[in-house]
Design a protein around this ligand. Structure first.
Ligand code: CMC
Length: 383
């Protein structure tokens, strides 16, 4: 009997120098640097540089990197036209995936191992994702999209393109910190999906669009959106206990809790919770944050012994909600950050490539006869 690991749990899919997680102690490091350090002292673009190039940038390297990014924030009018054609009720992650796949058609990458081509694809993807996310957010409501403003920082410019006004500096800093915390997380589902695509030597735009598709699901990045729906459904602190009992009796998952690797509270959730508290100074009785705190306390009593605790998605949504970002835009914002990690893994894969082609254990029949259509009596369903 061959070994079989459902969900590949515990199976190492690659060797990597990019990030590491200690799920027992709650430690996450990017290129060996603790996320608490990066969140306290760094910026998202420094972090993206670190992930891509293995070192924190010198000030001249950072300036060059930021300048290159600012010059590539604009998207072609045909991408705008494409976004305009998408159904306004469609999910923004689908719009982002389609726009990123289309982007690759404008910037062909014949040789993915060429360092120059890799650099410019990284610059374009990092720079243009926020523009595409903001464009869909506005165009679906019939508003014009807003051109990027080169004088603004990465976070400020995103808010400007979304709301037509700059955020105050405290909001911009908190948003930037949240991007740092979402930038990378070892061999998660979307990174793995990107890695599989990269292993075919597909171009980085195709790799990132694969990863975006995988991030969308509610068991992965889509959980941040699901958490807000859950907190809204609960509605008041008095309802928390009944809600959790009902969900658990129905064997349904509580969104924003649990993790394949962490058995303690996700270190990113700790920082995001602190940010949410800093942002929402006077916590009202039935505010989402208050309800979230009660959910966390009640979940600890019910499932803490199994190591099921808040993950990154539990408090991030509350911050974005407070910033006025639409709930279905939370996962695209996650993608704007995670593109840094996805690209780092994509480039690492190109360097040490071995096509992913796993095996399976076949459990179906063999040698079935071909039945003539007149004698097929069964009704079929998709399996
Ligand atoms: N609520 C209730 N029970 C849970 C939860 C949860 N959120 N998570 C795990 N469990 C239980 C599960 O029912 C199972 O119980 P039993 O052993 O009695 O059958 C046990 O814990 C193991 O669960 P699993 O789903 O087999 O474990 P996994 O390693 O595949 O789970 C997970 C990881 C993230 C898919 C899962 O915890 C989950 O579905 N959480 C809710 C969705 C969520 O918050 N996703 C975000 C993940 S982290 C950030 C990201 O990727 O974006």
């Amino acid at each position: 009997m061959r070994d079989f690991f459902p969900g590949l749990a515990g199976v190492a899919a690659t060797k990597s120098h990019i990030s590491s997680v200690d799920g027992q102690q709650g430690i996450l490091e990017y290129r060996g640097i603790r996320i608490e350090e990066l969140a306290a002292h760094g910026t998202f673009l420094e972090t993206a540089y670190l992930l891509l190039f293995n070192e924190l940038p010198t000030s001249s390297a950072l300036q060059q990197f930021e300048n290159d990014l600012r010059r590539h924030r604009r998207i072609k009018y045909r991408i705008i036209d494409l976004i305009k054609c998408l159904p306004e009720h469609g999910h923004p992650m689908d719009a982002l995936q389609a726009a990123v796949a289309a982007l690759g058609m404008f910037y062909p990458t014949p040789d993915v191992r060429d360092p120059e081509a890799r650099y410019w694809s990284a610059i374009r993807l990092l720079a243009k994702l926020p523009t595409m996310v903001a464009a869909f957010a506005r165009l679906r409501h019939g508003d014009d999209h807003i051109q990027p403003n080169d004088n603004l920082s990465y976070a400020e410019n995103f808010f400007y393109m979304l709301f037509e006004q700059q955020p105050d500096s405290a909001v911009a800093t908190m948003f930037d910190t949240s991007l740092i915390l979402h930038a990378e997380h070892t061999m998660n589902a979307s990174t793995f999906s990107g890695l599989v695509t990269a292993s075919t030597l597909a171009d980085p735009y195709t790799v990132i669009s694969s990863a975006i598709g995988t991030l969308k699901g509610p068991l992965h990045g889509g959980a941040n959106e699901a958490v807000i729906h859950m907190l809204e459904d609960i509605g008041s602190v008095e309802q928390v206990s009944v809600y959790l009992d009902q969900k658990m009796a129905a064997k349904e998952k509580i969104m924003g809790f649990g993790h394949r690797v962490y058995k303690v509270k996700d270190p990113r959730a700790l920082i995001l919770q602190e940010l949410a508290q800093r942002m929402i100074k006077d916590e009202k009785h039935d505010s989402l944050l208050t309800i979230a705190h009660v959910v966390e306390r009640e979940m600890e009593q019910r499932l803490g012994h199994k190591g099921i605790r808040p993950n990154v998605d539990f408090y991030s949504g509350i911050i974005y909600y407070q910033m006025g970002i639409a709930t279905d835009m939370f996962t695209p914002v996650f993608a704007m950050a995670r593109v840094a990690g996805w690209l780092a893994h994509c480039f690492e894969q190109y360097q040490q490539n071995h096509l992913f082609r796993p095996d399976q254990i076949y459990e179906g029949p063999h040698n079935r006869p071909y039945e003539p259509i007149e004698s097929r009596g069964h009704s079929s369903s998709v399996t």
